[in-house]
Design a protein around this ligand. Sequence first.
Ligand code: NAD
Length: 436
Amino acid sequence: MNRREFLIRSAGGLAAATTGRLASIAAAQQATGTKPVRLGVVGLGNRGTHLLRLALAVPGVQVKAVCDLNEDNINRAAEIVQKAQGSEPVRYSKAPDDYSAMVKRDDIDAVLIATPTKWHCPMAIEAMKAGKHVGSEVPAGFQLQELHDLVKTKEATGRRYMLLENYLYMRHIMTVWNMVRAGVFGEPYYAECAYLHDCRFMLFKQDGSLDWWGDWAANNFGSDYPTHAMGPVSKWMALNEGDRMEYCTSMMTSPRVLKQYAVKKYGADSPQGKIDCALGEFVSTQIHTVKGRVIRLDYDVNSPRPAVLPYMIQGTKGLYDSRHGVYVEEEGKGEKWDNLQKHQEQYDHAYWKRDAESAQKAGHGGGDFFAVRDFIEMVRQDREPWIDVYDAASWSVLYWCSRESIANRSKTVDVPDFTSGRWKDADWRADNHRPA
Ligand SMILES: NC(=O)c1ccc[n+]([C@@H]2O[C@H](COP(=O)([O-])OP(=O)(O)OC[C@H]3O[C@@H](n4cnc5c(N)ncnc54)[C@H](O)[C@@H]3O)[C@@H](O)[C@H]2O)c1
């Protein structure tokens, strides 16, 4: 079984468990009179199907419509919805722009987007213009202009937009967020983060043609999946709240492994073996903030290696490094690392204290559970989310910035300010939801 099959199958196992709980959830929902949240879901492949199941397990959620071009995927989704809520969703599957019709329905409050990334911004923009709130998979988009348009549309329409950045909600990430806010590490001034995950298995479809991800990697280069790495670090450093990313510089190794991979899999004379991929293996980006802090963002999805997502935050009193643990100078233990577990009880986040068991079943270290729940509550309570459109745009634009830098011998590139200067006030988002 390859890794993709494993992911799909394990999501299937989860589905069976989830479906089993649905009847009792529906009953609880009726009993509590929870305000309904009516969704349209677009993109029901691997990720969208998983999110659909998690959303249906939240009391009050009704999925009124689903949209996908793939017949098997949309049928599977409709069946899941039918089983969960006892009624079929309306299907949209005629053409790539059929989502436009779905987002105009007047019986949905929000749209959940889990299509390939190039669709995220156009779909989110159209949904907000049609008066719907949005939950978007990561990254928010690829291109500079579409990210500006996303922010402008959110501001003009007053709709809510949340980036479903699930890694932020993992237990160790939230524990460290509490530790940072309690001042354990002093003032944070340097961070490292990386997404290092061999995703070569995602490049080709079973028929040997390039999948959307492979097509992207063949023709584009840069740090194109930055939010899993940047999200936690950005919240730890309170970026966009008193400080922001000002400029960056990137380097990339010249592509070599993907060619070898395609040649080995399909032969040197095959069409696949002749593809010259634009994306190199290792992309390293250094980001400087207005207040003189530095972040190193590394990215590699093509090298033969086990997956790892290292995170590090250095402050004036000590640091957290996911590869080693915690070090606090004033504890006077010399150069000795502590295990994060030692601090877990004191700094465990309230989300995890309350819902660890449910979260752990949901995937991505529990992050998926809380991300979906926060999205549903954003819609239900009509409130600004923790991971708002400004975070979404500023993290996602690092792809564009890194590409500009790499294409120009690592020149420094300004990171756009999507907040129009509001970041200067550390409290400007005080009314946003904050996990508590
Ligand atoms: N947060 C996470 O941990 C995580 C994990 C995996 C993927 N993702 C993100 O989720 C998104 C989807 O990834 P995936 O792995 O599920 O891809 P996928 O290829 O499995 O699914 C994409 C689905 O979108 C459908 N689609 C494509 N164009 C469409 C259109 N115009 N209208 C309607 N449907 C359309 C496809 O038919 C397919 O069913 C990507 O943006 C990816 O970056 C996030």
